[in-house]
Ligand binder design. Structure first.
Ligand SMILES: *Cc1c(COP(=O)(O)O)cnc(C)c1O
Length: 361
């Protein structure tokens, strides 16, 4: 059957690669947002916690609630909470990141209404990405308001816009400088708060700026945005599908919708049970996507359908029931991402929930 196999040993390996690049005292915040980048957040989160990761992060409240319902009790940071979900966050002991005065005041009101005297929060600063976050100029407002708010400040952070660019990189350097100014304003009044700015590529490019913690996502899953870093990691996900039917075509017969492919010679065409509804987009049709069967490569012919793709196996001695590998350690997912003119982040999160996830222990 079609399956996305998730290797927990590969996850543990990637975690150890990250740890080897960091000081012992630096915490790794395991980023499991977007269902652990499309893979399956519960199994991944449980393994990370078992391996000593003490903090997890998700993007939205519902993702954190799913983890709580699955029995995860560790602190969970919610990067982009929406004020409409603040009460649900409180109910599930999820820690919001507050990023502007509006979210700060709204969350403070929610806690006061529920007469909660102190609740863990994180503060996000914008140092150049210009997406969300307080400005450096709002430090004094925050330092003045924090003692009056029912908050326990857990951490202060920022996010890099181009951490994978070759070093030195001026805009990134400016972000570090801005963050250090913020940090120096907070650390005296909030000695227990921890500080962080690095994501995966940041860990590889700027270990010097690891501060107290790093927020690692994609590296855990086996990718680090540079080939020389990727080789140190192992792909956690492997996507396979089994041939459900093989047709023998005469020269001139066509395959798929709109007769998009015509056999140039007598051909064997295999059908695989996954298509664009599974995340294999139409850009992979017409020979762009390749699968591996018995260590040989076969191209997708014609259009990718919603539920199936057809591949040309004329030169491969295979049968119905044989397994095709779309990507694994040997057929890198980066190639699929590149062919699809995207990046592993998007390709992975686009693999739909229809594909069963199989945990490999
Ligand atoms: C997604 C995200 C991360 C993780 O980034 P990777 O490049 O996957 O390591 C870190 N911090 C924030 C704020 C994020 O949104």
């Amino acid at each position: 059957m079609t399956a996305l196999s998730l290797s927990l040993p590969a996850l543990v390996h990637n975690l150890s690669v990250l740890r080897s690049r960091l000081n012992n005292s630096t915490q790794i915040i395991g980023v499991v947002k977007a269902n652990a980048y499309g893979l399956g957040s519960v199994a991944i989160a449980k393994k990370l916690v078992e391996e000593g990761v003490t903090y997890l992060a998700v993007a939205y409240g519902a993702e954190g609630i799913e983890l709580r319902k699955a029995g995860l009790h560790c602190p969970i940071m919610v990067f982009y909470p929406q004020p409409d979900h603040f009460n649900a966050l409180i109910q599930h002991c999820l820690e919001p990141v507050l990023y502007n005065r509006y979210s700060f005041e709204k969350f403070s009101q929610c806690l006061k209404q529920q007469q909660i005297p102190s609740y863990p929060i994180h503060l996000k600063f914008n140092t150049g990405l210009n997406r969300i976050g307080f400005t450096e100029g709002e430090c004094s407002w925050l330092l003045n308001e924090l003692p009056k708010a029912p908050f326990e400040l857990r951490s202060v952070y920022s996010h890099l816009a181009a951490s994978e660019e070759a070093v030195p990189h001026q805009p990134t350097q400016r972000q570090f400088e801005a963050f250090q100014k913020v940090k120096s304003q907070f650390e005296n009044q909030h000695p227990t708060a921890f500080f962080h700015i690095l994501n995966t590529s940041g860990v590889f490019n700027y270990p010097k700026y690891q501060f107290d913690a790093v927020r690692a996502g994609i590296a855990l899953y086996g990718f680090a945005n540079q080939p020389q870093w990727d080789v140190q990691l192992k792909a956690v996900a492997k996507l396979t599908a089994k041939i459900i039917q093989i047709h023998n075509l005469e020269k001139g017969e066509t395959v798929g919708y709109n007769q998009a492919w015509t056999a140039p010679k007598p051909s064997r065409i295999a059908t695989l049970p996954l298509g664009h509804a599974d995340g294999i987009g139409r850009q992979f049709g017409h020979g762009k996507g390749q699968v591996r069967i018995k260590e040989q490569y076969a191209p997708i012919v014609g259009h990718v359908c919603m539920d199936m793709v057809m591949i040309d196996v004329s030169n491969i001695a295979c049968e119905e029931g044989d397994t095709a590998v779309l990507f694994d350690n040997k057929s890198p997912l980066q190639d699929w991402a590149e062919t699809g003119q995207t990046i592993p982040y998007e390709f992975l999160t686009g693999l739909s929930q229809r594909i069963p996830r199989l945990i490999v222990y």
